[in-house]
Design a protein around this ligand. Structure first.
Ligand SMILES: [Zn+2]
Ligand SMILES: [Zn+2]
Length: 287
């Protein structure tokens, strides 16, 4: 599917879920959680997962930003207020770094969430930090440039810690000046081990629509990657807007659902241990 086949991205209506968003319990969002619930209700979206950031590198933005008891209390209150209208899930987006895998494992063993996304981010001391990415990417091949990111993604998947792998190739955004979406599409071999690891570990693949809001105009990952995941035996996918602003709720999810349907999926997943029969894509996506 080329980007020409897609409608101009907008906030979606009538899809089963938006499974990735940030409230004012994340350091980079000021959206009150109530606003997401209200928008979901207005848009006929029956379920949302609030997935605020949690970092493990001391000093990182989301390191001990919002403590667990407070998050749990606020979200459980919200669930009660919206009961019968919108199903609200207590999720979390954990920044995966192999050097902190032990801490992440311990956190997840001692804290209960409805839903966990593992994501690799640009850390301040890593190659993709704003101050460092130019000297990192310049003169490298794509394989060399993505290697540290993809290695961490592979580690996150193989850890088996997460329901879903978040924005599989968000490094596209930071290195767009050096590598275009077409460069990635010409290197499917770079993705193959990640997709195989997803299939083998039973981790869901997220189609993260936030890239549609950026100059690359492409989901993380792109449609061809989702199709390949399915070919390899992938069973579990989900969609998320990764909203950090009120008007980004459900943004691009019509496109994300089209990508999922075109790859051959008829439903979305959420938590790993539950076979959800109710996150079926609406009729308009059926192939
Ligand atoms: Zn993220
Ligand atoms: Zn996010």
């Amino acid at each position: 599917m080329s980007s020409d086949d897609l409608r101009a991205p907008a906030q979606a209506f009538d899809i089963p879920i938006d499974a990735h968003m940030h409230t004012d319990l994340s350091p980079d969002s000021r959206v009150p959680m109530e606003l997401y619930a209200a928008q979901a209700f207005e848009r006929g979206i029956p379920e949302i997962a609030l997935t605020d950031h949690l970092d493990f590198m001391p000093g990182a933005q989301a390191y001990e930003y919002a403590d667990y008891p407070r998050r749990e209390r606020l979200i459980r209150d919200l669930q009660e207020r919206w009961a019968g209208k919108v199903r609200i899930r207590f999720g979390v987006e954990l920044t995966y770094e192999s050097r902190y895998e032990h801490d992440i494992r311990e956190h997840l063993a001692t804290h209960r969430y409805d839903y966990t996304i593992g994501s690799v981010h640009a850390m301040s001391d890593g190659p993709y930090a704003k101050s460092r990415v130019a000297s990192w990417a310049a003169g490298k091949t794509l394989a060399e440039a993505v290697a540290p990111y993809f290695a961490e993604v592979a580690g996150a998947i193989r850890s088996g810690l997460f329901d879903t792998m978040g924005h599989l190739d968000q490094c596209k955004r930071w290195m767009l000046h050096w590598f275009s979406p077409a460069d990635y599409a010409a290197a499917p071999e770079l993705y193959e081990p990640l997709l195989v690891a997803l299939v083998e570990s039973g981790t869901a693949l997220e189609v993260n629509a936030s890239g549609l809001r950026y100059p690359e105009h492409e989901t993380y990952p792109a449609a061809w990657v989702v199709a390949r995941f399915r070919e390899l035996g992938g069973q579990r996918v989900t969609v998320g807007s990764d909203s950090h602003l009120p008007h980004c709720f459900a943004f691009g999810l019509e496109e994300a659902c089209e990508i999922v349907a075109a790859a051959g999926f008829d439903r979305l997943s959420l938590e790993r241990a539950v076979d959800r029969g109710d996150l079926v894509l609406p009729e308009r996506f059926r192939r």
